[in-house]
Ligand binder design. Structure first.
Ligand SMILES: NC(=O)c1ccc[n+]([C@@H]2O[C@H](COP(=O)([O-])OP(=O)(O)OC[C@H]3O[C@@H](n4cnc5c(N)ncnc54)[C@H](O)[C@@H]3O)[C@@H](O)[C@H]2O)c1
Ligand SMILES: O=C(O)C[C@H](O)C(=O)O
Length: 340
């Protein structure tokens, strides 16, 4: 380990703990972030450092981790922060992890699809998952690296080969689609954004992202044209950011926020909190596709229940049929790669 930094301000008498912000009764939980020095990794490390459910935060990247770890470690919250740099330290970063979050890999540039990242990111994800199978096979894996529609099937195949696959413990992080759908819906429906709920199902690329605005709450009387526009904006949300960043990467800050929400839900589930439900891309039987994003109930073992789609509008039924061939082919591509 290049550097192990203990936060100096996490003694039981610290201000935050005295205020009860971090429950002293919360069990110890280790979270590892792989790709922690990147555009998502850094703000995600910050947000996980702020999470009182985390007792140990391991930050891993192929380079530049010590600086990020030193910086984050000075924040006076519960978790102890350790930085790990380079493959030789990956095992230490992973040992004992309850949740592993993976934002490692290259982001899109304008004109690229997420699938254009496959050639580089598939190999990165495969290597990281082999290490997870070896060092923390029980961990809940939160896959952020794109193309998520393929990287999750790759992870599943790697774990199967290693004999450690548990479909309840593997998640594609699609929370950013939900975050976007909520924001865009609130703006259009003129309802308080904090009260909005919108399930987003399918996958995480273009038309495979299917927001179910017919189930959105609070209810609003939006026209078909408005629903179509909201759906398209949610599906193209990633591209909107890639174009605005003009070659400097894709969503990082909103993704870190979304990743932190999803990891927090995983931790709450592990700790036995009731009714923890988030959308995620998981092994699924609710359609004929082997992986599919939908609402998932989280618990002590990861996925407790994959919830059904609920009633769909005709527009959403059409969207569901359209996305299936594309999602199926991304899944097959991932499986084929992992078994090469
Ligand atoms: N799921 C989603 O909703 C979502 C949203 C945004 C971005 N993403 C994806 O997240 C990934 C990361 O995006 P970013 O903007 O943070 O990119 P980035 O280039 O800023 O950071 C990626 C980091 O990964 C590291 N890395 C590369 N290979 C590694 C390896 N083998 N082990 C550990 N770390 C490694 C790099 O050193 C870098 O620090 C991209 O694939 C992007 O498409 C997904
Ligand atoms: O769009 C991208 O390439 C990154 C991410 O998947 C997103 O939805 O923002």
């Amino acid at each position: 380990m290049l550097r192990s930094i203990k936060s100096l301000t996490t003694s039981p008498s610290s201000h935050i703990l005295r205020r009860g912000y971090a429950s002293e009764a919360a069990p110890d939980r280790k979270v590892a972030v792989l790709g922690a020095a990147g555009g998502i990794g850094q703000p995600l490390a910050l947000l996980m450092k702020l999470n009182p459910l985390v007792s140990s935060l391991a930050l891993y990247d192929i380079a530049n981790t010590p600086g990020v770890a030193a910086d984050v470690s000075h924040i006076n919250t519960r978790s102890e922060v350790s930085g790990y740099s380079g493959e030789a330290e990956l095992g230490k970063a992973l040992e004992g992890a309850d949740v592993v979050i993976i934002p490692a890999g290259v982001p899109r540039k304008p004109g690229m699809t997420r699938d254009d990242l496959f050639n580089i990111n598939a190999g990165i994800v495969k290597g990281l998952c082999q290490a997870i199978a070896k060092y923390c096979p029980q961990a809940l894996v939160n896959m952020i690296s794109n193309p998520v529609n393929s990287t999750v099937p790759i992870a599943a195949e790697v774990f199967k080969k290693a004999g450690t696959y548990d479909p309840k413990r593997l998640f594609g992080v699609t929370t950013l689609d939900v975050v976007r759908a909520k924001t865009f819906y609130a703006g259009k429906a003129k309802v308080p954004v904090a009260e909005v709920n919108v399930p987003v199902v399918g996958g995480h690329a273009g038309i495979t992202i299917l927001p179910l605005f017919s189930q959105a709450t609070p209810k609003a009387n939006l026209s078909d044209a408005e629903i179509t526009a909201l759906t398209k904006r949610t599906q193209d949300g990633g591209t909107e950011v890639v174009e605005a960043k003009a070659g400097k990467g894709s969503a990082t800050l909103s993704m870190a926020y979304a990743g932190a929400i999803f990891a927090d839900a995983c931790l709450k589930g592990l700790n036995g909190a009731p009714d923890v439900v988030e959308c995620s891309y998981v092994q699924s039987t609710i359609t004929e596709l082997p992986f599919f994003a939908s609402k998932v109930r989280l618990g002590k073992n990861g996925v407790e229940e994959v919830l059904g789609l609920g009633p769909l509008s005709d527009y959403e039924k059409e969207g569901l049929e359209k996305l299936k061939p594309q999602l199926q082919s991304s899944i097959e591509k991932g499986i084929k790669f992992a078994n090469q």
